[in-house]
Design a protein around this ligand. Structure first.
Ligand code: SF4
Length: 328
């Protein structure tokens, strides 16, 4: 591990001001990903700013029926918060399917948004990786790529986005609030994470020195009838092979609107507006769900070891829709 300056901020403004004093500063919250990456010399911040004293640990009602989640709310506290369990079931389920109990107690909402891929070549500095060293090549494309993505990939990177929480937030249409040297702004969830394109080292829409302060969930009565289904190699402490976050607004057996996002298959949390549109106004039936799943995965590109994910993702989505829609 390289040497770095360590500071502890007392408030958001202080954290942002401190970040402006050293280029290459990083904010430290739970540290469940960042510290691992620092130990491996993959992340080399010149300054680490501990933000754990910031007053960003509340889940609270916000104007217009929104729910505001502080950036430092832990994954465990968010998953078990009564409002989240009752009003946004899909988010609670997604959080509880991620990592381990110990990690969920430490990991934060903003850290989860910022976590980096678990592509094994990204973590092994003996291998070429465009995300770690831009221009060095991608070892996964010709290498072992069973866990890699099939949607949103490029010739430069096929790394899967690892988060479960983010898949649920994508389906819910969350908004991310940030504060930086030039003030505050909101970022729609769909615009926060970037596709790899030719620059896989750029993963999000934060500008230098910007700090995530909260995530806002819209009022969405249908989200009380929602579900997150994750398929993985073992029952706990494992990343998704495939996952689906589903929200259905039903009138009787008819779907008024659907919200659908997929995990484990995309280079970013993968909301499928086309699949949602295909279900709007349709009867909740397995055939209609299967049609939507075909649409959701229409652009998928398989690699040597991960073609199975395409059919698995379709079945995951169909099963999540069946469970949410309450059909036999
Ligand atoms: Fe690196 Fe992305 Fe290729 Fe993995 S898939 S080796 S993270 S460039």
């Amino acid at each position: 591990m390289e040497t770095f300056k360590f500071t502890r901020a007392q408030n958001s403004r202080g954290a942002i001001a401190e970040a402006a004093t050293v280029s290459g500063s990083k904010f430290l919250a739970g540290g469940t990903n960042l510290i691992d990456l620092m130990k491996l010399d993959i992340e080399l911040p010149r300054q680490l700013i501990d933000i754990n004293k910031l007053a960003l640990k509340q889940v609270e009602n916000a104007p217009n029926g929104n729910v505001k989640i502080g950036a430092l709310v832990t994954n465990a506290d968010l998953a078990y918060h009564p409002q989240i369990k009752e009003r946004y079931t899909v988010l609670s389920e997604a959080l509880l399917s991620g990592a381990s109990a110990q990690l969920r107690n430490a990991a934060t909402t903003s850290g989860n948004l910022m976590q980096r891929t678990r592509c094994p070549y990204f973590y092994d500095t003996a291998f070429a990786c465009n995300k770690r060293v831009p221009g060095s090549g991608c070892s996964a494309i010709q290498g072992y790529n069973r866990m890699n993505a099939v949607l949103g990939t490029s010739d430069y990177c096929i790394a899967t986005h690892p988060s479960d929480m983010c898949v649920a937030m994508a389906a819910l249409g969350a908004t991310i609030q940030v504060q930086g040297p030039k003030g505050e702004r909101s970022i729609p969830f769909a615009d926060f994470h970037l596709l790899p394109g030719k620059t896989p080292q750029l993963e999000h829409n934060l500008k230098p020195g910007e700090l995530i302060t909260s995530v806002t969930l819209p009022p969405l009565p249908a989200a009380a009838k929602s579900h997150y289904l994750k398929v993985r190699d073992r029952a706990s402490y494992e990343f998704a092979l495939t996952s689906a976050a589903v929200v259905l607004d039903m009138q009787g057996n008819t779907i008024r609107t659907a919200r659908i996002a997929l995990g484990g298959v995309g280079t970013k949390p993968w909301r499928s507006l086309a699949a949602e549109q295909a279900l709007a106004g349709k009867i909740a039936s397995e055939q209609n769900f299967r049609n939507a799943a075909e649409i959701a995965m229409a652009g998928a590109k398989p690699y040597k070891d991960n073609a199975f994910k395409i059919e698995l993702a379709k079945r995951t989505l169909v099963r999540a829709l069946i469970t949410t829609g309450g059909i036999a």
